[in-house]
Each structure stands twice: as C-alpha cells, then as structure tokens.
Design a protein around this ligand. Structure first.
Ligand SMILES: [Mg+2]
Length: 297
C-alpha cells in the first residue's frame, strides 16, 4: 500500500540525501520536463524551462561525476528543442526514444508500431471532426488526444478508447490528465528508461529522480532502494513512491544547485571546460541488455 502522507521536504533534509549519496562514485540525475524544469502552463506548447533551472542543469552537466538525463512524455525532438543543453542524455516519449550524443536509440517494439500509430492518429482525427477543440497530436512513437477545455471530454475519451480497441492492434490507450495517450503495447515507462540509463552509467553511480506526475512514479520506484526520489507539487490521494517532496516547481533549481555544490565537495571541484562533453556515451547504451534500434540523424 502506498503511503497516503506527504513525504518529508527534500530541501529541509539535504543531509539525509547527502548520506544516501555518500557511498557512491557519481550521480545519475533524471529530471522530468513539464512541471519539473518548466512550470505547468495552460497550453503545453508554451511550456519553457526556467532560467534558473537551465543554469543549474548546465552547471551539473559540466561536472565529471554527474550524468544528467531529461526524461519526458514529450516527443524526443520536442524535448531536445525545449531543454537544449549540451552533454545531457535525452529520453523522450516516456523513454521509448533516447538520445546520447549524436545517436538516437528507439525501443524496437515502438519502432515497429510507428506506422500503426500514424495510421490510427489519422483515422482518429477523421473520427473526431465533430469536436474541433480536441486535437490529435502524432508524436511519432506515441500519439496524444488532447481534450482539455472540451465540453465533451468524456465522450471523446471513450470514443478514443473504443476506436483503438476495435482497431485490433498492438496499441494501448493510457489515460492522463486532460489527455488520452496512444502507446505501443510494450512494457516500458520512465522507470524502465532510468533502469536502462543506470545500467549504462559508470559503476558506482547512484540515481536520483525528480518528477511531478503520475507517470513519474515509475521513475521514483526505479531508483529505489539505493537512490533518491523527489516528487514535485501536491501528492495525490493515491500517495507517492518518492522519498522526498519539493513543494513547487520553483524549488527544483534550489535542489539542483545544492546537488551541484555537493558534487564539488564530494568528488572534485574540477569541471570540464567544454559543456559538450558527453558523460554517458552512445556506446554505453549499446552495451546494455536492452537492444534498442539505432536511428542515426
Ligand atoms: Mg511532468
């Protein structure tokens, strides 16, 4: 049973986080985008990383013992455009596509079902023409039906579920806040992506994951018991698997800055001059057990 109570504050318990990281040789930091690096805004198209979050991440990415991964439900190219910091690892579409350096890795099942997702998105658009306020966003490996603000949100959501179920394919519908997501029917989520990155990271690196949403709970669970998980914002009635909370998005850069100071004290103050240095290389991901398809761009 998940705890119904709010976990202790991350910022007030930094000594405890330090103790959790003390035995490690480095840090694998996973951060979600919307609601974590960027404040939640009415139109997801307007979401932008805050200046303070950007500065903190740039700093962390320069540290030789810190690997930073941005992990999001957004399409990879969209996530990369919005964060736009050299040296980071990017995991888009809930980790179905991962970029390290110049190389993009795609989950093989997702790659196979890409055409199906596109086909379903097009047909679903035709099906939903009576609801012009609801849009279907094809994110290549997944698709999102946006129902925010619609008077017919429930009807559109159930029409989407029925349509996909009747289409008899390997696509599943995942409910979210004001959205229905079409995803390939494959066991993969932000937590699986964090586990993959942990396997690819240098030995002795300890993971820390920060996120704000229900899809981040997989990330929280993935870093335990050795790592640290921090939940941003209100904890839902269903509880959270996170060890700590950050009351609001604005508190995220404060934790990141502290992590940066911690890394300096704990390991070395010597930072790499070039921010384009890649801590986790494509070859590290190639060496993992999960066989992703490589997409070169
Ligand atoms: Mg989020």
């Amino acid at each position: 049973m998940p705890e119904m109570t709010t976990p202790p504050s991350a910022l007030s318990n930094r000594e405890q986080i330090a103790r959790a990281l003390d035995g490690s040789d480095g840090l694998l930091l996973g951060v979600d985008f919307d609601g974590t690096l960027a404040p939640i805004v009415p139109d997801p198209d307007d979401a932008a990383i805050t200046d303070s979050a950007r500065e903190s991440l740039v700093d962390l990415a320069k540290h030789p013992r810190v690997t930073v991964a941005a992990v999001s439900g957004r399409e990879l190219s969209d996530l990369v455009d919005r964060v736009d910091i050299d040296g980071l690892v990017y995991a888009g579409n809930h980790g179905l596509e991962i970029r390290a350096g110049e190389t993009t890795f795609v989950h093989p099942a997702a790659a196979r079902q890409r055409a199906q997702i596109r086909h379903l998105s097009e047909r679903l658009r035709d099906r939903l023409t009576d609801f012009p306020e609801c849009t279907v966003e094809n994110k290549s490996l997944t698709a999102t039906v946006h129902v925010r603000g619609s008077d017919h949100a429930a009807r559109v959501a159930s029409a989407t579920e029925t349509f996909v179920a009747e289409a008899e394919n390997d696509v599943r519908v995942v409910p979210g806040k004001c959205v229905r997501e079409l995803r390939p029917a494959v066991e993969w989520d932000k937590g699986a992506a964090m586990e993959l990155l942990a396997e690819a990271a240098s030995d002795g690196y300890r993971p820390l994951y920060i996120g704000d949403d229900t899809t981040d709970e997989d990330g929280f669970r993935a870093v335990q018991p050795d790592g640290v998980a921090a939940k941003v914002g209100t904890v839902a009635e269903t509880g959270t698997a996170a060890d700590f909370e950050l009351r609001e998005q604005a508190a995220v850069p404060r934790l990141l800055d502290w992590l940066s100071e911690y890394a300096d004290e704990r390991w070395t103050s010597e930072r790499h001059d070039s921010p384009s240095r890649q801590q986790l290389r494509a070859d590290d991901l190639r060496d993992t057990e999960d066989e992703f398809v490589v997409r070169n761009e």
